[in-house]
Design a protein around this ligand. Structure first.
Ligand SMILES: NC(=O)N[C@@H](CC(=O)O)C(=O)O
Ligand SMILES: [Zn+2]
Ligand SMILES: [Zn+2]
Length: 447
């Protein structure tokens, strides 16, 4: 990890903040770390910038294990700079950038480029995900070791967007990453069972006449992969789990002691396949939006720890790729700027998770799975790096879409009133967001 030359230039006092939703305190950020935590209203403020934080929840900076930044190759949809700026606005201090770029992030050169672009932009730590197979073609293993040893220190490997469906390749990938404590993050989609699939297979797909995508196409791969992970004694991560059956399989695998972790996206925590009735491709996503029963099951799975994390699967697409008929549109929806609000709405305001749990599923756990826990997802304590997010949980906002920081407009939450607002984000003590707005100064030309 390179050091940030702008660290600690300003001292901040977060006055009256509630770490993890607990009692109010003053939190002083100086020199890039949490310098002091004192009783509310007692921190010395001379020379410091005071952030009024009464009734605001202070969380460790959020960590996204699953972000599509689109650079290199599709800078018309997103760049590392625009995507990480959106991440900061959403409260994130680190993102894992998926490998399905053009060229694919399957060499040390590409992952180092993405890592460097992240450092230059300065909005959040960017940890590139390396492809499992060359060109995501599912045929030959990529240079996993070279990516792990590169300056980008890759620990997460994924062909996301595609499934590593050859069981022999999957087995070899799981075996290979053990050498450097890596993890294979699988996009679980049986390709033969999903040929031409457009949405969840069920009542709605038969009524609207779109080709269905059965739950078993996801569940069959997860079942196979947890058995493979057990067999070779390796670590597996399941991307964007979306069905009740998938929750059951992961629960069973964990009860057997298999080293598997799983993520759910914010959209799968609240949206259902009923939205396909609109034929609006904003709601077209991989894996597809499922049924209300699946939504209930993934919420319960997240609440009971079967599902370890929420990951955004932020998948920006240009208007040309989305403003067309359903069948021709790209799969994917944006998510960085709405993730925390959706988690508050579906999990906190419903009593399923506490704010301390939110810190676990959106920060500590993803940091640990991605092996960046030395710097991210830390406890809020004196001496720890000041990667922090300040949230006003009482605020509400109506999502516009046009006013977002992401370069793309494909949010499925346009028009939704969501609770909570990220007031400030700090990356190693430097504000990337203040008063809910990105802080441009100190970024451009800072290094
Ligand atoms: N989620 C999506 O619908 N799309 C992702 C790929 C993926 O996450 O599988 C994308 O890259 O656009
Ligand atoms: Zn995927
Ligand atoms: Zn993805």
């Amino acid at each position: 990890m390179s050091t940030d030359p702008t660290t600690g230039t300003t001292t901040y006092v977060l006055r009256g903040a509630r770490p993890l939703g607990g009692d109010a305190v003053d939190v002083v950020l100086a020199g890039g770390v949490v310098a002091e935590i004192t009783a509310a209203g007692t921190a010395r403020v001379d020379g410091a910038t005071v952030v009024e934080a009464a009734d605001h929840v202070l969380l460790p900076g959020l960590v996204d294990l699953h972000t599509h930044l689109r650079e290199p190759g599709r800078e018309d949809a997103e760049t590392v700079a625009s995507g990480t700026r959106a991440a900061a606005v959403g409260g994130f201090t680190a993102v894992h950038a998926m490998a399905n770029t053009s060229p694919v992030a399957d060499t040390a050169g590409v992952v180092e480029q993405v890592h460097r672009l992240g450092e230059q932009a300065g909005w959040a730590d960017v940890h590139p995900v390396g492809a499992v197979t060359v060109g995501l073609d599912g045929v030959r293993l990529a240079e996993l070791g070279a990516m792990a040893d590169s300056a980008a220190r890759v620990r997460v490997f994924s062909d996301d967007g595609r499934c590593v469906h050859d069981p022999v390749l999957m087995r070899r990938a799981l075996e290979y990453v053990k050498a450097f404590d890596g993890v294979v993050a699988q996009h679980a989609q049986e390709p033969r069972l999903t040929e031409g699939a457009q949405m969840n297979e069920g009542v709605v797909s038969s009524q609207v006449g779109l080709a269905g995508w059965p739950a078993v196409a996801e569940e069959a791969i997860i079942a196979r992969d947890v058995l493979l992970a057990e067999h070779v004694g390796s670590r597996l991560h399941v991307c964007h789990l979306s069905t009740a059956g998938s929750v059951e399989i992961v629960r069973w695998a964990k009860s057997r002691g298999i080293d598997v972790t799983a993520e759910v996206t914010p959209h799968h925590l609240v949206l259902t396949d009923e939205l396909a009735r609109t034929y609006d491709p904003t709601y077209k996503v991989n894996p597809p939006l499922r049924t209300a029963a699946d939504v209930e099951a993934v919420r319960q799975g997240l609440a009971d720890g079967t599902i370890d994390i929420v990951a955004t699967d932020h998948a920006p697409h240009t208007r040309e790729d989305k403003d067309c008929e359903w069948g021709a549109a790209a799969f994917g929806m944006t998510g960085l700027e709405t993730a925390l609000s959706v988690v508050q709405q579906t999990m906190v305001d419903t009593g399923l998770l506490s704010w301390a749990d939110v810190a676990r599923v959106l920060s500590a756990n993803p940091a640990r799975i991605g092996r960046v826990e030395a710097t991210q997802g830390r406890p809020i304590a004196v001496g720890e790096p000041a990667n922090l997010t300040l949230v006003d949980p009482a605020a509400t906002r109506t999502i516009d879409g046009a006013d977002q920081a992401t370069a793309s407009a494909n949010t499925p939450f346009r028009g939704h009133e969501l609770p909570g607002r990220v007031v400030a984000t700090f990356l190693r003590g430097r504000a990337t967001v203040l008063d809910g707005a990105p802080v441009e100064a100190g970024v451009v030309g800072a290094r």
